[in-house]
Design a protein around this ligand. Structure first.
Ligand code: ADP
Length: 487
């Protein structure tokens, strides 16, 4: 039956359940956080950050120039030499624990601000972003005084001052991935949040100040690409940690080639989810939806390609279409919403361009019949059926709620097609057979493979990519290594 013929609207109407925002405080203006103080930008320029679900201005934020970046790097160096490196490791650990506990107390505020500034659903920010960010601080706080036991026979030392640049899809979580291991290993940092989502990092700065962290250990400079480039090119840094697009990752590699700066890059992805005929189909369909739609497709490890074994293709597509019809697109602060706002107008334009490209390439477009809010940046959950390997919608990262679907007959065919991409960040395998899980996951050239689940994270598990998805790992003991050198 064509799911569009069913009156899903009537059967799935929920009363609104908006999360309150009375308890949060967003300042009208934010300055840089340098040397433990909030400092006005040298050039006096500010930019707006808006709520992508309503297009309303939330706040204005300092635009970082090279002078601001320099001030922050000098503050980080002074903190490294004068305080942070002189502290006992257990004392450093205590500061990080304190920060984690203070974040826990403010978890609801962080979640609401994350959804307001980035457009992601409150369910995701409340249940994923914020708890995971806190868990990373707790996890790395625990490592602070145990690092020498983790690298037996060696004497680990911090690398020095790290420049850290993060994207807009998991603003607080990415800040945690970067700051927590760096501090635990005794480094100091200058962090640049993404220009569309600076607010939770600046909230974190307020907590860092309240936690009495020695001034300059964490510095936050806000701005767009030019501010990021000024940070990358600053000669006073020992390391660059970047999460973002493959395109900018390559620019960064070129910019620091030949310098002493070490680097880790976590870049794009085009993950394949592979459903075998023996899989629990309902569970698999739910996992696919979780992997690409619940997060607006704004995840570098999003399962944006689907490979379905031919014998179950009709069943999987029917169930997927049914499920698409029940997805609620709209107000990110409503607890019933499955798909929130696209992060920015620029990103929505990019996704819309790919929808046109897919149709022009001959793929069959299927979208849910849901209505989109009149204001704000929204995109219907979209399937592209009958795709072929060479199409741009199959090869390129769209970063939106768009799933391209292909079929396969044998495991070998699925593996070879899944690997046929410049990326290699993540993948998913759905099957009832353990042996098939081992065979396929070992053959997939990607850093993370989930089996019969998707998008599961834990601070103790390393995450990172192969090929153009980047280098280095974050999370776990692996995530400490890039912040350590040995005597
Ligand atoms: P995305 O596609 O996730 O927006 P970007 O790579 O454009 O990825 O952005 C990720 C982060 O990199 C953001 O904080 C952005 O401001 C920053 N950035 C953009 N261009 C540059 C650049 N040339 N050098 C350094 N950082 C940059």
């Amino acid at each position: 039956m064509d799911p569009k013929s069913l009156d899903f609207k009537t059967s799935w109407e929920y009363a609104p359940a908006p999360e309150g925002k009375e308890h949060i405080k967003i300042n009208a203006r934010y300055e840089h956080f340098i040397g433990g103080e909030f400092v006005a930008p040298a050039k006096g320029r500010y930019f707006e950050t808006i709520n992508p679900a309503t297009e309303e201005k939330l706040s204005e934020v300092a635009e970082g120039s090279s002078e601001d970046v320099d001030k922050a790097v000098v503050a980080a160096r002074a903190a490294l030499d004068k305080s942070w490196s002189k502290l006992r490791a257990s004392e450093r650990g205590k500061y990080i624990y304190r920060l984690a506990r203070m974040m826990q107390e403010r978890a609801r505020e962080f979640a609401v601000i994350e959804s307001l500034d980035g457009g992601k659903t409150i369910r995701e920010s409340r249940d994923v972003d914020v708890p995971l960010a806190i868990a990373h601080f707790f996890y790395y706080a625990g490592w602070a005084d145990k690092i020498r036991y983790a690298f037996p026979g060696k004497t680990p030392r911090p690398i020095g001052v790290a420049g850290q640049i993060i994207p807009w899809n998991f603003p607080l979580l990415m800040a945690a991935w970067k700051i927590a291991p760096a501090l635990a290993a005794g480094n100091t940092v200058v962090l640049k949040p993404a220009e569309t989502t600076p607010l939770t990092a600046l909230k974190l700065a307020e907590l860092i100040q309240a936690a009495d962290l020695p001034p300059g250990v964490v510095n936050i400079v806000t701005g767009a690409g030019a501010t990021g480039a000024a940070l990358v090119n600053h000669p006073g840094l020992d390391k660059i940690a970047f999460t973002g697009s493959t395109e900018v990752g390559k620019l960064i590699q070129r910019a620091i080639a030949g310098s002493r700066k070490r680097y880790t890059l976590e870049l794009g992805g085009k993950a394949a989810n592979i459903i075998f005929e023996d899989a629990a189909i309902d569970q698999a369909v739910e996992g696919i939806v979780n992997g690409i739609f619940f997060n607006q497709g704004h995840v570098c490890c999003a399962g944006s390609r689907l490979f379905v074994q031919e014998s179950v293709y009709d069943t999987v597509i029917r169930k997927l279409k049914d499920r698409l019809e029940t997805l609620i697109v709209g107000d990110p602060l409503d607890k019933n919403t499955d798909i929130g706002a696209i992060n920015s107008k620029m990103q929505l334009d990019k996704i819309s361009a790919y929808l046109k490209i897919g149709v022009a390439e001959g793929a069959e477009l299927y979208q849910s019949s849901c209505k989109l809010p009149k204001k704000g940046f929204f995109c219907k959950p979209t399937l592209f059926l009958h795709c072929s390997q060479s199409q741009r919608i199959v090869q390129e990262e769209i970063f939106g709620p768009v799933l391209s679907v292909q079929t396969f007959r044998t495991p070998e065919e699925a593996i070879s097609r899944a690997n046929n991409t410049p990326y290699g960040l993540s993948g998913g395998v759905w099957t009832d057979k353990g042996s098939k899980i081992f065979k396929v996951s070992n053959a997939l050239r990607c850093g993370v493979v989930w089996a019969n689940t998707y998008n599961k994270f834990d601070p103790s598990a390393p995450f990172g990519g192969y090929k153009e998805s980047g280098m280095g790992r974050e999370g776990g003991l692996h995530g400490l290594q890039p912040y350590i050198q040995y005597n």
